[in-house]
Design a protein around this ligand. Structure first.
Ligand code: KG4
Ligand code: ZN
Length: 346
């Protein structure tokens, strides 16, 4: 007799868009059976940022081991998988190509369907992993190294961008300001830590609002304000308090992110707010967003730290919702470094 119970869908997901080589096994988009991340941060730290050629080479060296580890940890063999999910954009082209080529090879050899995933849609989908009740529609603030977007997740895999940055992404601003203060790479976590020992009111850095675009962001002004502050202090021979600069910069960025998210939630009558991307692990942002959502009676969700920054479990979550819609990719899937949210070139 045929079973009426819906079959579980188990996906091996691969992520190599930047400087983490990652593989994960995810069941039904929500249950993580394994999540292996091999970070290259130490390698890139001495250059003050990610060196694309080094990232690609390291991905090639690591990827087989990382995938084998993910399968072993999950206790799954290739024959027990239903699909291979892989990030195909946006990101560094050479880095993306390593994951895409690997995913295609496995899909071909193991006769499995291939699902190309948008990296940022993966970040949004990270929220499904630990919040079993989370379902669209919800508002999501995406704050990563390359993106700052406010999106409405209308249905699984359907995104409406309602706001975006006009210049730097939030993470980029954190990284650039950290470099100018002398904190080095990666800057976000270092500013977060230093902020805890600093006074957020020490300097009044600008909170940018863009005329006619209430949901859009701009972070280049605050970055310049920090640089001006540092240059003026250097010219006068004055010592600066790095913790105060970090805390004041972080407070200004967080203020804007929270205010715009709350305004959009109110305007669009959203009841649930999510956060996604590396900057969503910022402790100041988490606390401020918690307080604001409590005040506005909104449900707030965000991923644990390990699912905020780059990982493959989030790609497995996003791939599942494409899989159940039958959105498969061909073996001609290519890396698309500038892929836009909601745009599927497959
Ligand atoms: O999402 P992600 O891991 O990679 C991209 O897709 O870009 O985000 C990386 C960004 C970096 O700019 C990093 O400095 C920032 O996230 N970040 C943070 C924190 N942890 C990572 N920014 C602020 N506070 C943090 N705790
Ligand atoms: Zn990312």
């Amino acid at each position: 007799m045929e079973s009426k119970i819906k079959k579980d869908i188990t996906i091996l997901a691969i992520e190599t868009s930047c400087d983490e080589t990652a593989a994960a096994v995810v069941r039904n988009g929500r249950t993580v059976l394994s999540n292996v991340i091999s970070s290259q941060i130490d390698l890139h730290t001495m250059y003050g940022g990610v060196v694309p050629e080094i990232a690609s080479r390291k991905h090639i060296e690591n990827i087989d081991v990382v995938i084998q580890e993910a399968l072993n940890e999950a206790g799954i063999t290739l024959s027990e998988l239903d699909a291979i999910g892989v990030t195909y954009g946006p990101g560094l082209v050479g880095a993306l190509l390593v994951g895409v080529a690997e995913a295609k090879a496995i899909a071909y050899a193991a006769h499995l369907p291939l699902v190309g995933v948008h990296h940022i849609e993966g970040h949004v989908s990270a929220n499904y992993i630990e919040h079993p009740d989370l379902e669209p529609p919800f508002l999501c603030l995406i704050v990563s190294g390359g993106h700052t977007h406010l999106v409405v997740v209308k249905e699984y895999g359907v995104y409406e961008i309602i706001g975006k940055t006009h210049d730097d992404a939030a993470g980029e601003a954190f990284d650039k300001v950290a470099r100018s203060i002398g904190f080095g790479y990666p800057g976000g976590p270092k500013i977060d830590k230093a902020s805890k020992a600093g006074n957020p009111q020490a300097m009044a850095f600008p909170r940018a609002h863009i005329d006619g675009h209430p949901n859009d962001f701009s972070f280049s002004g605050i970055k310049s304000a920090v640089l001006n502050y540092l240059n003026q202090a250097a010219m006068k021979g004055e010592e600066v308090n790095a913790n105060d600069i970090a805390a004041s910069f972080q407070a200004a960025v967080v203020d804007v992110l929270v205010e715009k998210t709350m305004n959009a939630a109110r305007d669009l009558h959203m009841t649930t707010v999510a956060m996604a991307g590396g900057v969503a692990s910022n402790s100041g942002l988490r606390t401020a967003m918690e307080e604001a959502c409590k005040r506005e009676n909104l449900t707030l969700v965000y991923p644990s730290l390990i699912y905020c920054t780059d990982n493959a479990a989030m790609i497995g979550a996003a791939a599942y919702y494409e899989y159940i819609k039958g959105n498969f990719s061909g073996l001609d899937l290519n890396a698309v470094p500038g892929l836009k949210i909601g745009e599927r070139k497959i």
